[in-house]
Design a protein around this ligand. Sequence first.
Ligand code: NAI
Ligand code: MG
Length: 355
Amino acid sequence: MSKHIVVIPGDGIGAEITAAALRVTQAAADKVDFSFTHENKQAGGAAIDQFGVPLPEETVEACRKADGVLLGAVGGPKWDHVSPELRAEKAILGLRKALGLYANLRPVKAFSALANQSPLKPEIVNSVDIVIVRELTGGIYFGARQEAAVINGVEQACDNEMYSRPEIERIVRLACRAAISRKGKVMSVDKANVLATSRLWRKVAGEVAAGFTQVELNHMYVDNCAMQLVLNPGSFDVIVTSNLFGDILSDEAAVLTGSIGLLPSASLGDGTGLYEPIHGSAPDIAGQGIANPLGTILSAAMMFRYSLGSEQAAAMIEKAVEQVLADGYRTADIYQQGFTKVTTDEMTEEVIARL
Ligand code: NAI
Ligand code: MG
């Protein structure tokens, strides 16, 4: 059965890195006898230029029908001056909403070949292999807001956090399922000593995890988790948490490995999944052919795992990426003396050669 993917290059380095990832996707598919079709769609600044809006309806429609969406990055200085409603970044929020993507997965794994680039000691960073599962469509980012106003002579503002049982159940279920194919450990992170939403979160997480016999669930306060991520990151397997806590912890975890160009992400819901590197459109290096394609290539591996149903192709791509790094190939962003400096295209070819 053939699958269909939509590729959204976006802006800046987006076209270069999605083209690279698509070549790897094709090569991996050929190896495992997997067939797929693909089409390119526009979003972000490119779409503003062509259609006058950051997220054209035809792009949304195509994504809804697809099995997976591979996105580069959107935005850049050229579109920073348009009205807030028309900003390129609206495309990402619009897609998350349209596709019902309530879970954001960020695997953070050390590549031993790059351990000396981490801010942590090599023996600590080498133990890092975490997936952060962040709730993406609820919580304080979507609660009722009161912008700053003077009330009784005092300027004040207000944000609200709300979580419902179904919202917590589905994200914790997804985290438990992700843990089964890993070490089977889920750490639910909250602030239950203070927040009512966290107390509900903790209770529901316990009930959901009880249904997964292979999963061990533990709870941790978010402030302690922020500390443990630096002190003892090897103790974590899957972390599941709310939108706000997940935003902060996933950025903290991302830098543990020391390289933004290498990290993939998946946004999942009940329908089509969206896959993108965690970095932005890097306008400073766009068009030069030097961007690191590995974050997008690893995002394509996640797409094979979670949306296309080929764990074999996913694992093959991940292995090949590990191997190119071990063999000393480096794009400019991770280059150090003594290694082989390569362009986006050369890195891509080296990955394909190792599949
Ligand atoms: P950025 O991640 O694009 O760049 C930060 C720094 O990292 C730059 O020096 C860049 O050259 C470097 N970098 C990023 N990815 C790289 C790669 N693959 N290879 C080599 N070097 C890489 O973040 P910045 O500069 O804050 O944002 C630029 C634009 O991207 C903005 O318009 C921002 O809104 C947008 N953005 C879009 C995101 C998305 O589409 N999901 C996420 C983050 C930012
Ligand atoms: Mg963030």
